[in-house]
Design a protein around this ligand. Structure first.
Ligand code: B12
Ligand code: SF4
Ligand code: SF4
Length: 324
């Protein structure tokens, strides 16, 4: 296990304000699954692939130069994957229990105290790319991870040893905020995904221009990866049951959020990834996107944002107006 990589990462403060990553009890559990499930003998890692086959990628991916449109990370264009994945893992847990009724099983998806990529690599599912993603040779990196910890003893699969990145460094060169570090980890404090989803406060001014119209998450270091050029298609519609998710243009979206208070926002986005940042941070992101749009038609809505009750929104609106 690459425990040292994780501990060095925390020590350097690369987790930013994600204090839950550094809580001593959570650190202990990440380093040893037996702290999360007493008697744990096996970690079963599952992948949920949302690889597009070109025609069925959920939601429109606006062209890079369509600056009035927001860009949303692919995993986030539909329903929240956590609940859906957990239901599937529960079914798998039943299968495990059917092998041994005394087996104890605990499932985790994403927010649990589990070093998911580390386990995935050790379970033979793929390697850790220079962009820090778990990359499967068949599915690329458009996949999400979940796992079962169990007291059942299962013969382990061999780890995935080869490094298939070779001399490539496209992700490092493409990252607009230089967030990718030499040891295949990320400085979250510079990563657009962190800045637009996890950070609750002000986005550092020097990083705002690089965010462009990415108002929720970032896929650049995966979009450029050659291992994602022709992956075996997964099931993108799993995350968007209707097959398609629509997002309004940024001006229209900001207008709508101005009319919502935090509770209304929470209700409106319940069950989707966009619930996580909350109303103020999402409006903050849209102000940054509008400021980067170069479109003076955004001035009126940004002026309205200047009068918003949230100081966070007002500050980002002022920055955006200045930039326009
Ligand atoms: C915190 C977090 C973030 C943070 C920090 C990201 C980071 N790279 O650390 C932020 C908010 C920036 C983020 C962003 C994203 N995230 Co995130 N995130 C997590 C979370 C909760 C913890 C990650 C963590 O522990 N980081 C600390 C570092 C040190 O650990 P690590 O990245 O896992 O690295 C380990 C492996 O690399 C391992 N290792 C194994 N083999 C090898 C080999 C070598 C040579 C080395 C050096 C290391 C190594 O060592 C490290 C320590 O154990 C995980 C879920 C989980 N519970 O694990 C999801 C997770 C990593 N995120 C995920 C996703 C999808 C994303 C985004 C793509 C979302 C988006 N589109 O915006 C971006 C991608 C950014 C990127 N390039 O990583 C998926 C990744 C799936 C995959 N295929 O890898 C996960 C697994 C969630 C899930 N359940 O599917 N995320
Ligand atoms: S997700 Fe975006 S900002 Fe974060 S490391 Fe990848 S390219 Fe850089
Ligand atoms: S873009 Fe190149 S270096 Fe980066 S993860 Fe993909 S193969 Fe590895």
């Amino acid at each position: 296990m690459h425990a040292g990589v994780y501990l060095d990462w925390l020590e350097a403060g690369y987790h930013g304000e994600m204090a839950w990553m550094a809580r001593p009890d959570a650190v202990r559990r990440r380093l040893d699954p037996r702290e999360a499930l007493i008697g744990c003998r096996t970690v079963i890692v599952a992948t949920l692939s949302y690889s597009p086959d070109d025609s069925s990628m959920p939601g429109p991916a606006p062209a890079e130069n369509d600056r009035g449109q927001p860009l949303i990370a692919r995993y986030a264009r539909g329903i929240d994957y956590h609940d859906w994945f957990e239901t599937r893992l529960d079914a798998l847990a039943d299968d495990v229990r059917s092998l041994d009724p005394d087996a104890r099983v605990r499932r985790y998806v994403d927010y649990g105290p589990v070093l998911e990529r580390d386990h995935a690599q050790r379970a033979g599912l793929g390697w850790i790319g220079k962009n820090s993603m778990l990359i499967s040779p068949e599915l690329g990196s458009w996949l999400l991870l979940g796992e079962l910890l169990t007291t059942l003893d299962v013969e382990p699969d061999p780890p995935f040893v080869p490094d298939r990145c070779g001399t490539c460094r496209r992700c490092i060169d493409a990252c607009p905020t230089d967030a990718i570090l030499d040891d295949r980890t990320i400085d979250s404090r510079r990563c657009i995904s962190y800045l637009t989803i996890e950070l609750r406060g002000s986005i550092p001014v020097e990083l705002r221009p690089a965010i462009g119209n990415r108002v929720f998450g970032c896929d650049i270091c995966q979009d450029v990866c050659p291992w994602n050029a022709a992956p075996q298609p997964g099931d993108p519609t799993a995350l968007v049951p209707g097959g398609h998710a629509e997002f309004p243009a940024m001006q229209e979206w900001a207008e709508a959020l101005l009319e919502m208070d935090r509770d209304v926002y929470r209700e409106a986005y319940r069950g989707t990834p966009l619930a996580r940042p909350g109303r103020d941070a999402m409006l903050r992101n849209l102000c940054v996107g509008l400021g980067n749009s170069g479109d003076r038609a955004a001035v009126p809505v940004l002026r309205r944002c200047l009068a918003d009750a949230s100081e966070l929104v007002r500050e980002h609106a002022a920055w955006a107006l200045e930039r326009l």
